[in-house]
Design a protein around this ligand. Structure first.
Ligand SMILES: [Zn+2]
Length: 114
């Protein structure tokens, strides 16, 4: 299950950030999860519950913000709804998928800094 390796990478990243700021505890994490990222939110959460033991995130809550797949025009920024033709009529350009649509991103870390 790749959710496990994603969580491991996430925890490593958080510990790194926490160390850099001399944080003593991490209270919460917020991640955004794109609809097309191929990550099952429930599996991700289960993996998180498993792996956080013994890490700085042991007591940290996990907030997963799900991002629907979004397409935008690279020229004017117009966004497209699901089922629409993915081409901007005004700019005559094909729409491009927003980077959050297929990504797992660490949005914020709530940590205790002395
Ligand atoms: Zn456009």
């Amino acid at each position: 299950m790749h959710e496990y390796s994603l969580v491991e990478a996430l925890l490593r990243r958080v510990e790194e950030e926490a160390r850099q700021r001399n944080a003593t505890a991490v209270h919460g994490l917020k991640v955004s999860l794109g609809e097309l990222a191929g990550v099952e939110p429930e599996l991700f959460r289960t993996a998180y519950e498993t792996f956080r033991e013994g890490t700085l995130c042991e007591k940290a809550t996990l907030e997963i913000v799900r991002c629907p797949a979004i397409y935008v025009c690279p020229s004017c920024g117009k966004s497209f709804a699901r089922g629409e033709v993915l081409r901007c009529e005004r700019c005559a350009r094909p729409a491009r998928m927003d980077e959050k649509s297929d990504a797992l991103l660490l949005e914020s870390i709530d940590m205790e800094v002395p």
